[in-house]
Design a protein around this ligand. Structure first.
Ligand code: MN
Ligand code: MN
Length: 274
């Protein structure tokens, strides 16, 4: 049922593309993801209604900021932090299209200034808790180690994880990470989220059968439906979100770009609720 309340929410969301993949460890290509998602949002194969009853098309609460740009990759993190800070200062909630997962660290430097006690709900095949990878502490395999060691979030809840090694288990213990490993996943009732939350969706959390357009195929993952069910179950405010690691170079007929766009729609609909 569509309620008036949902249709007339005053919340403001800023959609921002961050075409950055310089810190991907294995394959480049995630920098092409924002354009692939913008294109799918415009594509007439689907309407812009969420399953919960909000029409996102020309919605007054949504600002499309387009893609962030920079001269040299070494400047990108400062630009990201600056941009997210300006979005938050305007009382808007960032919903970011990556890029590789490394961008969540500079996003959180900004988030923490405004929201010092945030729970992160993180969907991923990988815990991304490496202290460093290939000598790079800013690698897309490391953002949540940087966020937690700098106290930029109160609590980290991970769903879909299926690649833990000894080092990352130690890191998870050190940072008190709540990991819901894929092998034990039974559904959203296993989560007790203390709000407000930030949602970070790495597209490789999904099984490659649903989302082949990612740099790291890790079989045995979540279905699109399982992630949507978790998003729909969130009953605390969502103050920001990112959807990362879509790699259009590996996609088939744009199907993973459409999966990312579907997740954007359901996430954005939830963010508009409050
Ligand atoms: Mn990741
Ligand atoms: Mn991943």
């Amino acid at each position: 049922m569509i309620t008036k309340d949902r249709m007339q929410s005053n919340s403001k969301i800023s959609l921002l593309g961050i075409p950055f993949d310089a810190y991907s460890s294995h394959l480049k290509g995630a920098a092409k993801a924002p354009d692939a998602i913008w294109e799918m949002i415009k594509c007439e194969s689907a309407n812009q209604w969420t399953e919960l009853g909000t029409d996102l098309k020309n919605h007054p609460g949504i600002n499309q900021l387009g893609n962030l740009s920079w001269e040299n990759d070494s400047e990108a993190f400062d630009k990201i932090e600056e941009k997210i800070s300006s979005v938050l200062a305007a009382d808007s909630k960032p919903l970011v299209f990556g890029g590789d997962h490394s961008i969540t660290y500079p996003i959180f430097k900004a988030i923490n200034q405004r929201h010092p006690k945030i729970t992160i709900l993180h969907f991923d095949a990988h815990p991304d808790l490496y202290d460093e990878l290939d000598g790079n502490p800013l690698s897309h395999a490391c953002p949540f180690a940087r966020i937690m060691e700098n106290d930029l979030a109160e609590h980290l809840v991970q769903v879909g994880i299926r690649t833990l090694n000894e080092h990352q288990r130690e890191q998870a213990e050190k940072f008190n990470v709540e990991i819901h490993e894929m092998k034990d996943w039974q559904g959203p009732h296993q989560l007790t989220l203390e709000g407000p939350v930030y949602v970070s969706i790495d597209i490789d959390a999904l099984d490659p059968a649903f989302a082949p357009g990612v740099s790291h195929h890790e079989p045995g993952g979540l279905s699109v439906r399982q992630i949507i069910d978790v998003l729909h179950s969130i009953n605390v405010p969502i103050i920001g979100a990112d959807i990362v690691e879509l790699n259009p170079n590996r996609d088939i007929n744009g199907m993973t770009a459409m999966v990312a766009t579907k997740l954007y729609k359901e996430l954005c609909g939830k963010m508009l609720e409050r």
